[in-house]
Design a protein around this ligand. Structure first.
Ligand code: ADP
Ligand code: MG
Length: 253
């Protein structure tokens, strides 16, 4: 997908949980090389939208397309293989294992035993390739000096970046981040923001769910605002900042 062209398209996406419509006929897109934020109060449907895009949840109706192909219904694994990677709202690293091991084994990793059995399934060449790629991504995100430390010994901001490195080993063209700045200290937010800008300049497209308005306003190209599962506004940061419906949703009008 050429820079500036639409890489992700969410069309009339709807998700019902019993009687609750968590996401209601939502439309938006992400252009290649752009950072888009999905914002909105708690319970607005942001994480559910992520889960619809990544195939964790099935849509009740509507479609999601990636690079011109409908991806809704093709399954999480296929969607990831096509180039959509994500991080989760809560850190999912294994604290006793090294940064390198966490990044290399990614989703396969379920503790030491899981690591062992994952490694046993690989031949030496595959294993070496996996660790080399992990090291490359750790360097890319600026954590080379921490590679061999236990992941749990790093500051929260660095752990978030380890998770991003882990997602990058999938070689995604679209990266989804669920509340990447949550709980971070001011300077850590600055570092994270710088990393995400760097990824954008390398041609990656990013979609993030974020609560921290300052973080979002300084970083993103486009903002989509959800409230009670419905899109209430979208536009560039300076428009959204002053948008009456957004102010009302946030300040509880
Ligand atoms: P956000 O991420 O914007 O805070 P969510 O997408 O997590 O919001 O949730 C949107 C709404 O859907 C909320 O009312 C939430 O309680 C509900 N919800 C989310 N996941 C489920 C689920 N698996 N089953 C039932 N209701 C859910
Ligand atoms: Mg959420």
């Amino acid at each position: 997908v050429a820079r500036g062209e639409q890489i992700l398209k969410v069309s009339e996406a709807t998700k019902k949980f019993g009687g609750l419509t968590a996401v209601n006929a939502v439309n938006f897109g992400v252009k290649s090389g752009e950072i888009v934020a999905l914002i909105g109060p708690n319970g607005a449907g942001k994480s559910t939208t992520f889960n619809l895009i990544t195939g964790v949840l099935a849509l009740s109706s509507g479609t999601v397309s990636f690079a011109g192909q409908v991806i809704s219904g093709i399954g999480q694994q296929r969607i990831a293989e096509l180039g959509v990677a994500r991080t989760f709202q809560h850190v999912k690293l294994l604290p006793d294992m090294s940064v390198l091991e966490n990044v290399a084994l990614g989703g396969h990793l379920r503790g030491r035993k899981g690591l062992l059995s994952a490694l046993l399934r690989l031949d030496r060449r595959e294993e070496a390739a996996l660790f080399a790629e992990a090291a490359r991504q750790i360097e890319r995100v600026g954590l080379a000096e921490h590679m061999h430390k236990p992941a749990g010994s790093l500051a929260l901001g660095q752990q978030r970046i380890v998770e991003i490195a882990r997602a990058l080993t999938m070689n995604p063209s679209l990266l989804l981040l669920d509340e990447p700045a949550a709980g971070l200290r001011h300077f850590e937010k600055g570092q994270l923001s710088q990393l995400l800008s760097q990824l954008r300049s390398e041609g990656m497209s990013l979609l993030l769910v974020e609560h921290d308005m300052g973080f979002v306003m300084g970083l993103t190209d486009h903002i989509v605002v959800l409230d009670f599962g419905t899109k209430i506004a979208e536009g560039p940061p300076d428009v959204i900042r002053k948008h009456p419906a957004v102010l009302e949703a946030y300040l509880g009008g």
